[in-house]
Design a protein around this ligand. Structure first.
Ligand code: ADP
Ligand code: MG
Length: 433
């Protein structure tokens, strides 16, 4: 790719600059070029390390899926000032923060950010520089960018991390352990930064760097939990954090105003005291009162474990009610990720083929109707090549019964750039008829 001209400077950071450039394919891109500021140029050893870090940044970013991260379209890593091209992002998360405050609405994109974060954490990586400036909007999603500090190489990090935090004002988002002891930094440092972003959104955002943060009400409690000084007291991972945050964001749409509902909501919160009689009453209540099913927003992974240990048959009945509820209700876009976690939990927990196939079918409906990439991946997992032949048969049967379900399965595969070949051969055959 040849650069025809530089149209504008987008950003000039301490280590590199971002420019809008026109290339010989007639398109505009964002080019990031390694270009340490004058304060570093006088130190050639540091510059060499920074250059190495930049190259690692590019190599890492290239391996990440573009559904969750800003992709790299072209790179030149051999030039003395290495550079790479990205698509031009449509927006930066700082703007979403000020817009949602201005319009007095809930923020968009928190689910996207958590998915990107979970992806790297699951692979043993830590972003280390999570902040609104490094979250960009591209083709319908908020994606993480700027992997300058993602390097796992302690040597490189030790020489550059404090410099970069000071140079770039990241102090407002970095966890306390990031200045004290960079070696012991874990993914919980990113959880701290996420808490600082919530602090920007839900409070006036004024704070002392590296301190414990808080705010009002339930979201305040979430911010506190994210930003504990002692990392061991924070949410233990993205999954636990996601549940709390997305539940908070969806709450307004939850309708549990039937007279008996509140009683059940309170009881579910003390689920570990239940016996099978109470459990049976609960299942009976949900069957008799379909309009009360939003109580199911209270469900969680530990509750499913507890119920399955208490009574398998009742749990299977409850699971079917749960799957039907998911099939027929619309959810907050981000909240789908919590729901699919529970659907998958049910799928794994049960040995009943009807429950398993209902779980897969409702997952496909959820994924298709909300166009949620994260959910679609689970559908492939639940109906993929590795599943048991009897289950594949059972899912196929459900598919045959409803054209809508066939369409959903096809759309889920297409939605994540796969084809029906990714499904179990028996299911594939049903889908290709
Ligand atoms: N692909 C892009 N499209 C548009 N703007 C971008 C893009 N990449 C970065 N930027 C802008 O440039 C800023 C700095 O980019 P970043 O990669 O974070 O560099 P640095 O390492 O200097 O922080 C970002 O906060 C964003 O505002
Ligand atoms: Mg940045």
């Amino acid at each position: 790719m040849v650069i025809k001209n530089v149209k504008a400077l987008i950003n000039d950071g301490g280590f590199g600059k971002i420019e809008e450039v026109l290339c010989d394919d007639g398109k505009y891109y964002a080019r990031k070029t390694f270009c340490p500021s004058s304060q570093f140029i006088s130190n050639p050893t540091l510059c060499a390390t920074l250059r190495q870090r930049f190259i690692r940044e590019v190599k890492t970013q290239k391996m990440l899926p573009e559904e969750l991260f800003i992709p790299i379209v072209f790179e030149d890593l051999t030039s003395p000032d290495p550079w790479f091209l990205m698509p031009i992002a449509e927006d930066v998360y700082i703007n979403e923060i000020s817009m949602c405050k201005h319009e007095r609405r809930l923020p968009k994109g928190l689910g996207d950010i958590l998915n990107s974060l979970e992806f790297i954490h699951n692979r043993g990586l830590i972003h280390r520089d999570l902040k609104p400036q490094n979250i960009l909007y591209h083709i319908g999603r908020w994606k993480l960018a700027d992997f300058g500090l993602i390097s796992q190489d302690k040597e490189i990090l030790s020489q550059t991390i404090t410099t970069s935090h000071n140079a770039l004002g990241t102090v407002m988002y970095a966890a306390p352990e990031q200045i004290k002891d960079f070696k012991r930094v874990t993914p919980l440092a990113d959880i701290y930064s996420f808490g600082a972003i919530l602090h920007d959104i839900f409070t006036d955002g004024s704070r002392v760097p590296y301190s414990e943060l808080s705010g009002d009400g339930e979201i305040g409690a979430i911010i506190e939990r994210c930003t504990k000084n002692n990392a061991a007291h924070r949410f233990k991972n993205v999954d636990a954090l996601r549940k709390r945050v997305l539940y908070y964001l969806s709450k307004d749409s939850i309708k549990t105003d039937e007279a008996g509902d509140e009683k059940w909501v309170q009881l579910i919160r003390k689920f570990d005291t239940w016996d099978s009689d109470l459990f049976e009453n609960f299942v009976f209540y949900l069957k008799r009162n379909p309009r009360s099913r939003d109580i199911l927003f209270e469900m969680g992974s530990e509750i499913i474990d507890f119920f399955y240990a208490l009574d398998k048959d009742l749990s299977n009945e409850l699971s079917i009610i749960y799957c039907d509820w998911v099939y027929s209700r619309a959810f907050n876009f981000d909240y789908c990720d919590v729901i699919i976690g529970l659907i998958f939990k049910i799928y794994e927990k049960t040995s009943d083929l009807e429950v398993k196939s209902k779980a897969a079918i409702s997952a496909a409906e959820l994924g298709r109707s909300h166009n949620r990439w994260y959910v679609m991946g689970y559908v492939i997992k639940m109906a993929g090549k590795a599943i048991d032949e009897h289950l594949a048969f059972r899912i196929s049967l459900e598919l045959e019964l409803e054209d809508q379900n066939i369409e959903n399965f096809k759309r889920c595969a297409r939605g994540i750039n796969l084809s029906i070949n990714s499904y179990h051969p028996i299911i594939k055959e049903t889908l290709s008829r």
